[in-house]
Design a protein around this ligand. Structure first.
Ligand SMILES: NC(=O)c1ccc[n+]([C@@H]2O[C@H](COP(=O)([O-])OP(=O)(O)OC[C@H]3O[C@@H](n4cnc5c(N)ncnc54)[C@H](O)[C@@H]3O)[C@@H](O)[C@H]2O)c1
Length: 248
């Protein structure tokens, strides 16, 4: 076991499965403590039991201000502090603009964007009091370029980039760093059903694994990234470098 996060307490939203689960496991493996916050109570509790005593589960719907207040209070009660917030919870809706309903738009923006804002707002006082601290906002390569059918998702992920920069500027003197990460296609329940064969445009021609994104999260959560704030960290197999599909 290495100890790059010794003494750090992190809260990971959407921590019960997928990349959030991988981040929770990685944080504990590096000597940190983690609050797994999710709407998936059974999965979250199971993971927390496995990682105990270095993890707890807290029910958190990121759209609920009351849930956020409770999650921060439970974190302090269990571990005494909070140094790292990973705003990872997110959903994906794919639909042409004409078919995208008000309800789909509002739900996606509510979770992906407003949920990230509420997390920053709720955690800021305790992160400031326990600086140096780090906020990691999960955007996407869809926060760097659009894709067809991704209007709501792409809008939310671009907005997370902007939110990250505004918060980084606001908290720069408080010792709270705020960065966004931009994974490409990663194997998780969100992408179940897609296959590597569908990404010939990606230079590395494969999906990423959650652990490859966790490595970046650990770097940003730790003091190794002490001079990075307001920045964008990409792990996408070269997707944003250019289209690798051969001319035919
Ligand atoms: N998988 C990919 O290819 C990919 C690529 C780039 C970015 N992302 C982003 O990474 C993050 C994690 O995605 P994933 O692929 O692990 O997906 P996932 O569906 O496996 O996990 C998402 C988690 O978020 C939780 N969640 C959903 N709504 C919530 C809410 N209202 N409150 C609290 N938790 C909620 C879910 O319960 C789940 O545990 C998301 O923000 C996603 O947009 C994913």
């Amino acid at each position: 076991m290495t100890t790059r996060l010794k003494g750090k307490v992190a809260l990971v939203t959407g921590g019960a499965r997928g990349m959030g689960e991988s981040h929770a496991r990685g944080i504990v493996a590096e000597g940190g403590k983690v609050v797994i916050a999710d709407v998936l109570d059974a999965d979250g509790n199971k993971l927390a039991q496995e990682l105990a005593p270095n993890a707890i589960f807290v029910h958190l719907d990121v759209t609920s201000t009351a849930d956020w207040d409770n999650a921060i209070a439970e974190t302090i009660k269990a571990f005494g502090t909070l140094n790292v917030l990973v705003n990872n919870a997110g959903i994906l809706t794919v639909a042409p603009i004409g078919d995208l309903t008000d309800e789909q738009w509002d739900r996606l923006i509510g979770i992906n964007l407003t949920g990230t804002f509420k997390g920053i707002r709720a955690a800021a006082p305790v992160l400031t009091a326990n600086a140096p601290s780090s906020i990691i906002n999960v955007s996407s390569t869809a926060g760097l370029a659009g894709f067809s059918g991704g209007t709501a998702y792409v809008s939310s992920k671009f907005a997370i980039r902007g939110l990250t920069k505004a918060a980084a500027v606001e908290f720069g003197r408080d010792g709270v760093r705020v960065n966004s990460i931009h994974p490409g296609n990663v194997n998780t329940p969100m992408t179940a059903g897609f296959s590597d064969a569908k990404v010939p445009h990606v230079p590395m021609n494969r999906f990423g694994e959650a652990s490859e994104i966790t490595n970046m999260v650990i770097f940003l959560a730790s003091d190794e990234s002490s001079f990075s704030t307001g920045a964008e960290f990409v792990a996408d197999g070269g997707e944003r470098a250019g289209n690798a599909t051969p001319f035919s």
